[in-house]
Design a protein around this ligand. Structure first.
Ligand code: MG
Length: 370
């Protein structure tokens, strides 16, 4: 089954988040942006994937159209593992993290969608099967900064049925307000996106303890300082999560060996797709580290994450970013109800995009590689 064409769709969707937007992780987020990757085969089966993401999509799109996509044209879509390895080697001098790997991730996800459609099975069945028909989601809040707003939004999410809430807040007051808003029984996490030195992170972990965090995410700059993160983890009592900025399997193995993290967070649209994700799932298990995928997007990467979480032996969590999108090509497939998201039952990713919605929100023409 030969890959005959790859198309890219740059989709930008307006959203609200229940309060004024704040800058975070260096981004302003005027819209929620997605790069949809559509892979066509000579068997007539089309697969969908997604490459990361947000402000860097123009670079990911260019990497895909100029180099990564052309490499895949003519290859056999059914040889997923071998293609993944050969592609990674072919691209390695252009960066082991960043737009080239994001583009590769998008194609890999699409190949798994194709495999599911070929087998007429949902992706989770290809990954070993799912005991659960729905997965528990955690509400991942944008940054609000204002403690009163953080408290209100946390309270609203709890009222909707979420038992786990993640913040993106830097101040002790904002975290405390969220704890008050959410109540004592809710698992509260805080993701700070790599702001601090090791010494500062140790101090902040101590300061956050009164809010009883379920995990503290990426407290140390830079994310590659696995030794420094291990020092924060060992000096404190809060569980440490990281991994959305890791470069592949070996970056995770290094974190496991150094004892840097309690929770591994590979991102399927960034790390090398589902194929790389499966290796990290096995490595995390071998090192007794919990795995909760990073999932800060609403396209095929999100659908893939639902299937991955559903197929894990442990009853783990799915990240569910809280924003209200004006529309989504995949309908309400990623919406949480009572703190849970249903696992799609159709073949492959299980949901096909509504092309009318894609066309309405597409920025610029479709990119095509043949
Ligand atoms: Mg994060």
């Amino acid at each position: 089954m030969k890959i005959t064409a790859i198309h890219t769709h740059y989709v930008r969707i307006p959203f609200d988040m229940g309060a004024p937007k704040q800058e975070f992780a260096g981004l302003r987020f005027p819209t929620m942006d997605h790069l949809l990757v559509q892979v066509e085969t000579d068997a007539g089966i089309t697969g969908w994937g997604e490459g990361f993401g947000h402000s860097i999509i123009p670079a990911t799109k260019t990497a895909l159209e100029a180099y990564v996509g052309p490499w895949f044209i003519g290859k056999d879509a059914t040889e997923i593992n071998a293609l993944h390895r050969e592609a990674a080697q072919a691209f390695h001098i252009f960066g082991r993290n960043g737009p080239v790997v994001y583009a590769h991730s998008g194609i890999d996800i699409a190949l798994w969608d194709i495999a599911g459609k070929r087998a007429d099975l949902p992706l989770c069945d290809l990954l070993g099967g799912a005991r659960r028909k729905e997965v528990r989601a955690y509400a991942s809040l944008m940054r609000y900064a204002n403690p009163k707003t953080v408290g209100r939004i946390a309270e609203e999410r709890v009222a909707l049925g979420f038992k786990h809430i993640k913040l993106h807040e830097h101040s002790i007051d904002a975290v405390r307000a969220a704890r008050e808003g959410a109540g004592a029984d809710i698992a509260l996490m805080n993701d700070v996106n790599c702001p601090w030195s090791v010494a500062q992170a140790i101090e902040m972990e101590r300061a956050f303890r009164s809010s009883n965090l379920y995990w503290l995410e990426e407290p140390v700059w830079p994310p590659e300082d696995h030794d420094g993160l291990a020092r924060v983890r060992k000096s404190g009592s809060t569980r440490i999560a990281a991994g959305e900025n890791a470069a592949g399997l070996h970056d995770f193995v290094d974190q496991f060996q150094k004892g840097s993290i309690d929770v591994a967070q590979p991102s399927v649209t960034k790390i090398g797709g589902i194929t790389e994700m499966r290796k990290i799932v096995a490595a995390a298990e071998a090192h007794s580290v919990e795995l909760v995928p990073h999932c800060a997007y609403f396209g095929p990467g999100n659908l893939a994450s639902i299937h991955i979480v559903a197929s894990l032996a442990t009853d783990t969590l799915l990240e569910n970013i809280y924003v209200n999108l004006e529309a989504n090509p995949f309908g309400d497939a990623m919406l949480a109800k009572d703190g849970k998201v249903r696992v799609p039952t159709g073949p492959g990713l299980g949901v096909e995009p509504d092309m009318k919605v894609v066309e309405k929100y597409r920025q610029g023409p479709v990119g095509t590689v043949r």
